[in-house]
Design a protein around this ligand. Structure first.
Ligand code: GLN
Length: 547
């Protein structure tokens, strides 16, 4: 019988519930259990695909084309749980489905209500991901206990445990125990209130994970246990990690979190196999070299906008024993200040995906800098499209070359709307999405990296290399390194006579793992490492984000 773990959060948002849930999944999986991960998000958008990165951070795309919350990235990086549409539901999706049923007359004349109709729908979504062969489902509830929006989800998981059997369900609550400088102590009251809120609706947490910036003394643990109606052993600390997020699973293991879950749910005992993860942390702490990579994008100041890209760079750094300092540079700054001041000294340059015209010229300038100065370059999605624009303008001499996304009347529309998009009017879930096969060509950097000709990578775009410019650009030294299987869409371009210049229409960052760096990121970082510049970067690049 599938066991269910529900992870809720309290006191404040941004406590790292996604990371904690992923870590729990990882520890259980490494005890030999089959785990499935799921996130329920309380916002009304049907999915985050239509939300600005400023609102929501990165949109994480799955193989099946669903556009999901970035926490699913943590799930994929930390566990082997296969993810699909069933792994992320929002209030919008739940209501949409219930309203569609109502329109079809499925409720037989009844008044449709939050309880039971919405909560039933939520319970179905939870049940739907478990079943045969699945030992544990971990369901993370987005938002914070006490939010109006979260109520139906909390009510649904309460009902679920009641119906499914409390012995088969476990509630884990992640909370904040802040340090109050003026009082000189850690404060447990917010945690008491947050648990109080859960208990009011009938949920008694089985385990509390307390986020703190320092050790949680025994006395505070006892106090929390007493007020929150838990044994002291079930109150565990999760201290801030100033080194790396990859420490989280190890620190939860040290606090016997997996053992507590196994005991509570009657799962087999055992120790997680975690040596490779410890080895990874060892490598992280003992780099042999240091390089700097500039990520030049529209949303570079937002730490979550290119989350999977930053992570993938780190994975490749781990593989090549390199500590990587990442400089996050807004492409508009390049427009204002020019590439020289901002980019000099970087060992590699990456231009990520994006939408809309703002900052495009800065990206094109950045790519010109990387191409002309022979700096290893990786372009992703819009980054690839900008690379084509740059090449068309500055190598082929096609003045005004552009994408029709930014200039409908461009004289040289080297990037244009995909044919299949011509009649699409709705915005949500209508791009070319999800895993698509690309065929790599011989004698390309891409083939060197992957080592095989057919690759399956995740896409999210409406625009594409305009085939009417293929011949002209190829004749001038642009390499079409991969196309879709029927050769109709260009998937990768490279530049001849450049140490490493690869730009891809898809998103390799969604398939990189800490223990298994993506081949393209690996190739990029290897090229950057071997080309390491002597002069230091002028814009003191930051260390890769750790949360
Ligand atoms: N805006 C471009 C397109 O829709 C690129 C999309 C992206 O970078 N994900 O094709």
């Amino acid at each position: 019988m599938t066991k269910h773990i529900f992870v809720t959060g309290g006191v404040v948002s941004s406590l790292g519930k996604g990371l904690t849930s992923a870590s729990i999944g990882m520890l259980l999986e490494r005890r030999g259990l089959t785990v499935r991960m799921q996130k329920l998000d309380p916002y009304i958008n049907v999915d985050p695909g239509t939300m600005s990165p400023y609102q929501h951070g990165e949109v994480y795309v799955l193989d099946d084309g669903s556009e999901t919350d970035l926490d699913l990235g943590h799930y994929e990086r930390f566990t082997n749980s296969p993810l699909s549409r069933k792994s992320n539901y929002t209030t919008g999706q739940i209501y949409l489905s219930v309203i569609e049923k109502e329109r079809r007359g499925e409720f037989l004349g009844k008044t449709v209500q939050v309880i039971p109709h919405i909560t039933n729908e939520i319970k179905q979504c939870i049940k739907g991901i478990g079943g045969d062969g699945v030992d544990v489902v971990i369901t993370e509830i987005g938002g914070t206990a006490g939010d109006i929006e979260s109520q139906p989800f909390l009510e649904a998981i309460r009902q679920f445990a009641q119906e499914y059997g409390k012995e088969n369900c476990m509630f884990i609550h992640l909370t904040l125990v802040p340090y109050l400088k003026v009082a000189g102590e850690l404060k447990t009251k917010p945690t008491q209130h947050s648990v109080g809120q859960l208990r009011q609706i009938g949920i008694q947490p089985d385990l509390l994970i307390c986020r703190t910036d320092r050790a949680l003394p025994n006395e505070e643990r006892e106090k929390i246990a007493l007020f929150c109606n838990l044994p002291k052993e079930s109150v565990i600390e999760e201290r801030d990690k100033d080194f790396s997020i990859y420490e989280v699973p190890i620190s939860l293991l040290d606090h016997r979190l997996d053992e507590l879950c196994a005991k509570r749910l009657g799962l087999p005992s055992g120790m997680p196999e975690i040596d490779d993860w410890r080895d990874l942390l060892h490598r992280l702490r003992n780099p042999e070299t240091e390089i700097s990579i500039a990520v030049v994008g529209k949303y570079a100041e937002h730490k979550d906008a290119y989350k999977s890209i930053y992570e993938s760079i780190d994975h490749a750094g781990l593989k090549h024993h390199a500590q990587i300092r990442i400089g996050r540079i807004q492409s508009e700054e390049i427009e204002r200040e020019g590439p020289e001041r901002l980019l000099a000294g970087y060992d590699g340059i990456l231009v990520p995906g994006g939408f809309g015209e703002r900052g495009i010229e800065g990206k094109v300038e950045t790519i010109r800098w990387a191409r002309e100065r022979q700096i290893p370059f990786l372009g992703i999605c819009l980054g690839m499209q900008c690379a084509v624009i740059e090449f068309a303008r500055n190598v082929v001499g096609l003045e005004g070359a552009n994408s029709t996304e930014f200039d409908k009347d461009s004289k040289h529309p080297v990037i244009a709307l995909l044919d299949e998009q011509q009649n699409v009017t709705e915005k949500g879930g209508t791009m070319r999405l999800g895993a698509q096969v690309s065929q790599l060509k011989p004698d390309t950097k891409a083939l060197d990296c992957y080592g095989h000709e057919e690759v399956n990578e995740r896409h999210r775009h409406r625009y594409e290399f305009n085939n009417s410019y293929r011949q002209q650009l190829e004749a001038n030294g642009l390499v079409i390194a991969a196309t879709s299987k029927n050769d109709s869409l260009v998937e990768i371009v490279e530049v001849k006579d450049h140490p490493w210049f690869v730009a891809v229409q898809y998103h390799p960052e969604f398939k990189s793992k800490p223990t298994c760096a993506h081949p393209l990121f690996s190739g990029f970082i290897q090229a950057a490492t071997s080309q390491k510049k002597r002069e230091p970067a002028t814009t003191s690049p930051e260390t890769a984000p750790i949360q």
